[in-house]
Design a protein around this ligand. Sequence first.
Ligand code: NAD
Ligand code: 0WE
Length: 267
Amino acid sequence: MILKGKKALIVGIANERSIAWAIAKQFKAHGAELAFTYPNDAIKKRLDPLAQEIGSQIVLPCDVASDEEIKKLFADLKKHWTNFDILIHGAAFAQKDELSGGFLNTTREGFRVALDISAYSLIGLVKEALPMLNQGGSVLTLSYYGSSKVVQNYNIMGVAKAALEASVRYLAWDLGSKGIRVNAISAGPIKTLAASGIRGFRSILESVGQLSALKRNISAEEVGKSALYFASDLSSGVTGEVHFVDGGFNTGALQMPPAAPNSPINS
Ligand code: NAD
Ligand code: 0WE
């Protein structure tokens, strides 16, 4: 029960496949109390039964594109909790047109939207959460390899994740003296709502399955288990980090197909 007595606010559950939902399930199993947010009524419909299933009464609206809604979120949360310990940020969005074709076709508005929802939102949420965040608290966000290496079609989301990861480091320094840690998990590809409709996502899964050290894809549950470490006292000395949960994919370079048994390469 490493999160017994801890309270966690989780932003970014869209349905039962969401990475943030897998995190919520681990937190619950380890004793945490949970609160959730949703950006619109369509997502609220999905989230309500999940919150009920996990025994949480706190389900609050927040479109992270709006400063007012972020402020209102913490005013609403205050009616349930005077303070809390863990903030999970799993919100990301880019306009669909931006996630295919050449990066040069990125529009000014596409850039603005992707960085606003996927990167600024962490700063905006942390700023308003801070008065309620306990010492020893932990903030965790979700990133992807495309922040640092070019992944075809990830485009402006890669730039947004680079901004997100840099924000993790700067926030870690601002919050360090308050005893609050800020980290990111960089997850391998997982078939969620945000991955559906991405052209070629299946072949990304297939390649990573073959090219990772573990020779398989990772699950949302595995991200959830690693999130337990970041949210709990187990990682009390760790802040400003971007930690890969990708089966070792990012550590590899050139991979060769195995040589045939009778190949001269073997003699
Ligand atoms: P998901 O679609 O389940 O989650 C994305 C969430 O972002 C949704 O809950 C959605 O409601 C929320 N969101 C979008 N716009 C919002 C707004 N304006 N206000 C508030 N919330 C908003 O997909 P997921 O794959 O679980 O994504 C969660 C996080 O994990 C994202 O940051 C994503 O970039 C990251 N990630 C995903 C993968 C993957 O392969 N699925 C890999 C690495 C990192
Ligand atoms: O961060 C993500 C997905 C982010 C995402 C997904 C969508 C799809 C629907 C952001 N905005 C939108 N907007 C939509 O309209 N991932 C890490 C998953 C992902 O997305 C890719 C990937 C991978 C991996 C897009 C292109 C290439 C690879």
